[in-house]
Ligand binder design. Structure first.
Ligand SMILES: [Cu+2]
Length: 372
């Protein structure tokens, strides 16, 4: 934390190509303001003392007009203001115009987490970028207005639903362990203050390796590990606890047991038991909750769950289910027996386990696919 403030008294480290220019304008205006503040205050005190009312002195009429004085206090501020405008405008144009060869990352703001999507489709909860390369962010929101703010880069941009805003920066300092802070700077509801992330700046080769490794979980992780990664990476834990406590949504701790037993009650009073059939399995219900949260609402909760249709792959839903199982001692062993999921095969026919019994196969449920 402190390291981010190490070379400046007022400001965080200057870690982007334009941070220095932003600060320069700030310090210039600050210096001028301080200079005139001191000048005016001192003169005021001097005049009060020097021209105070004294015994035997008649007050004189104040001067009516003084051309030289009028011109001085018009022309000097005019020059200063025009100068600040020119410097500020050129800096602003630079900040809003991404260079043509920028590396593009899609940023999605969603209550209450960030999703950064790379050109190969991989999504991460933190922003990873190569150093010394212009990065263009395309920013959009799935719900309310958020604002992406990285103080070390002097970068702030609103993230508005239905709009695709652009911002760019070029990081100038490698920071691949601690990361720079990234905040949401627009109040967006209950957990706004936890809508934070880190910006990791890598050497270009390290960045390529990181992306390569991060994108391919199959073969490196078990479904349980992947599921565990997803619930933090995709912000599920902002609303769902892992320990049984009630947050904005139901806890993940007992969700699998409740689902298999059909014990979940919906707002209309019906229970999941009445829905579970050979062709509507517990897996199907979980996938539906993730892709179409509006289909059914669990009683006792407000419908706050966003849809992850097109954002979370079917393999990842399978991994989430394995992870939910692993949170419950009753299903833990079974979940851990599932080793590495098969590589994504989009056309693979879904295996429908008879009677909705929990299956150990990582071959997934039949979720409402992203194409619908
Ligand atoms: Cu926000």
């Amino acid at each position: 934390m402190l390291a981010q403030f190490d070379n400046s008294f007022w400001m965080p480290t200057q870690a982007s190509s334009y941070a220095g220019r932003v600060d320069w304008v700030f310090y210039f205006i600050l210096t001028i303001a301080a200079f005139f503040f001191v000048l005016i205050t001192v003169l005021m005190v001097v005049f009060v003392v020097r021209y105070r009312r004294r015994e035997g002195q008649e007050p004189q009429r104040s001067a009516h007009h003084n051309m030289r004085l009028e011109l001085t206090w018009t022309i000097i501020p005019l020059i200063l203001v025009v100068f600040i405008f020119v410097v500020g405008f050129r800096g602003y144009m630079d900040i809003v115009t991404p260079p043509a060869n920028a590396y593009e990352i899609l940023v999605i703001g969603q209550k209450w987490s960030w999703a950064f999507q790379y050109p190969n489709g991989y999504v991460d909860a933190n922003l990873h970028v190569p150093v010394d390369r212009p990065i263009q962010l395309i920013l959009t929101s799935r719900d309310v207005i958020h604002s992406l703010y990285v103080p070390a880069f002097r970068l702030k941009k609103d993230v508005v639903p239905g709009r695709y805003n652009r911002a760019w920066f070029q990081a100038t300092q490698v920071n691949d362990t601690e990361g720079f802070d990234l905040f949401c700077a627009e109040y967006c509801g209950t957990s706004h203050s936890t809508m934070v992330a880190k910006v990791f700046v890598h050497e270009p080769t390290d960045f390529a390796r990181w992306l390569e490794e991060a994108s391919q979980w199959e073969g490196r992780m078990t479904p349980v590990q992947r599921g565990s990664q997803l619930v933090t990476q995709r912000g599920c834990t902002q609303c769902h606890s892992l320990d049984g406590s009630i947050n904005i949504g139901p806890s993940f701790k007992d969700v699998w047991d409740r689902t298999v037993q059909g014990k979940t009650t919906f707002r209309d009073g019906s229970t999941l038991a009445s829905l579970l059939k050979p062709d509507y399995t517990p897996e199907q219900y979980i996938a539906e909750s993730i892709y179409r949260p509006d289909a059914r609402h669990v009683a006792g909760f407000s419908p706050a769950m966003p849809s992850y249709l097109g954002q979370i792959s079917e393999n990842d839903v399978t991994a989430l289910i394995a992870y939910f199982k692993s949170l419950d001692p009753k299903y833990k062993a079974e979940a851990e027996a599932a080793t590495v999921a098969q590589p994504a095969a989009e056309t693979q026919p879904a295996v429908s386990p008879a009677g909705g019994a929990a299956d150990t196969q990582p071959a997934g449920p039949e979720p409402a696919g992203p194409e619908s």
